[in-house]
Design a binder for this molecule. Structure first.
Ligand SMILES: [Zn+2]
Length: 345
């Protein structure tokens, strides 16, 4: 049996599962990760902390993809049996045509081609074929979508909020995000009690962490459960929930957090509330302050999550892989949490 253990050092003082818990996957495809000149993955990830493991066991499994330039991926075999110990919680919302989830001009559109219409399309590839001759007179079902990369549950890349970092380097686009950022121990901050539009502070985070007995460690994936949770699809969704300000964001990114998430429309407070504050104060620094804080330490925001209320404060793992949209500011994602039901046994 082979498995990946999360690095030691993520031990929680409170309700968390023990450090070194298994990652419940049968394989991980680590595509588009940094590779050195030999094509081997750069062992920058905490999961990659044992290069000998990689070099000894994984070099035979290297897969190379070609898409204009070379991409390297490695497939890590893991024992599927580990899944039996884990409960999987889906943290994503469904993408639906016209669902109340964004400002009007950003609403997703999905055109459905059903099997009857698909039969006509299929028949076009075979001159002389009568679509009624096909099994059950059906062809393929397929969908055409027109939506922003920020529709539904998605992950923002640093390029979303700045073209360049404070040090002058180009900001990462979503296809450049190291996948090791996207897999890690999860921490949930229950901020459902904060009023809509409230901007959470570093002190708010510290107080919640003290309550749940967790210390932030590099690589933690921090998810914020707001009052917007469960409102996806409702007209008030984009106005609901608290946001994370610059100070709160830096509190996390300074400690090595590279992926955060929220069940609200945005990592920042809803614009309708910030707009009122801006009208009153004229203070530009209030606008999108949590996002803009990423120019100092790059990080990704998963937005429009769901089911966060089902998660414990910590003691779970998160995997949130964004769709690799070339040079894009974001990618749709299907984040899941794995809760180790052996924890505490
Ligand atoms: Zn976004």
């Amino acid at each position: 049996m082979e498995y990946i253990s999360f690095p030691q050092g993520n031990a929680c003082k409170g309700n968390c599962a023990p450090a070194g818990q298994d990652l419940f996957l049968n394989q991980i495809d680590i595509g588009a990760s940094p590779v050195n000149s030999d094509g081997f993955m750069t062992p920058s990830c905490p999961l990659m902390a044992a290069p000998s493991y990689y070099n000894n066991k994984l070099s035979d499994n290297r897969h190379f993809y070609s898409m204009g330039k070379a991409y390297s991926g490695q497939v890590i075999p893991l024992d599927k049996g580990n899944l039996m110990y884990g409960k999987i919680i889906d943290l994503s919302v469904p993408l639906m045509s016209g669902i109340a989830s964004d400002p009007e001009s950003f609403l997703p559109e999905i055109e459905y081609v059903d099997n009857k219409r698909g039969a006509l399309q299929l028949a076009e590839s075979f001159p002389g074929l009568d679509p009624r001759e096909l099994p059950r007179q059906e062809g393929w079902a397929v969908e055409f979508v027109r939506m922003s990369t920020h529709a539904g549950t998605h992950m923002d890349a640093p390029y979303h909020y700045h073209s360049h970092m404070d040090d002058g380097s180009a900001s990462k686009t979503i296809d450049e995000i190291p996948l090791e950022w996207c897999i890690g121990p999860g921490v949930k901050l229950d901020f459902r009690h904060f009023p809509d539009g409230y901007v959470a502070t570093a002190h708010d985070i510290e107080r919640e962490l003290a309550k749940i007995g967790h210390h932030i460690t590099a690589g933690d994936i921090v998810l914020v459960n707001t009052a917007a949770g469960g409102r996806y699809g409702s007209e008030d969704f984009i106005h609901r929930g608290c946001g994370m300000g610059r100070e709160a964001t830096l509190y996390l990114t300074e400690r090595g957090v590279r992926v955060v998430g929220t069940d609200a429309w945005s990592w920042d407070a809803p614009f309708s509330h910030t707009r009122t504050k801006f009208e009153q104060s004229g203070d530009v620094s209030l606008i999108w302050e949590g996002h803009y804080a990423g120019s100092q330490y790059p990080y990704c925001q998963i937005e429009k999550l769901c089911n966060l209320e089902l998660l414990p404060p910590c003691g779970f793992n998160v995997i949130s892989l964004p769709v690799k949209v070339y040079k894009a500011s974001a990618g749709w994602a299907r984040p899941v949490a794995f809760i180790d039901e052996r924890a505490g046994e």
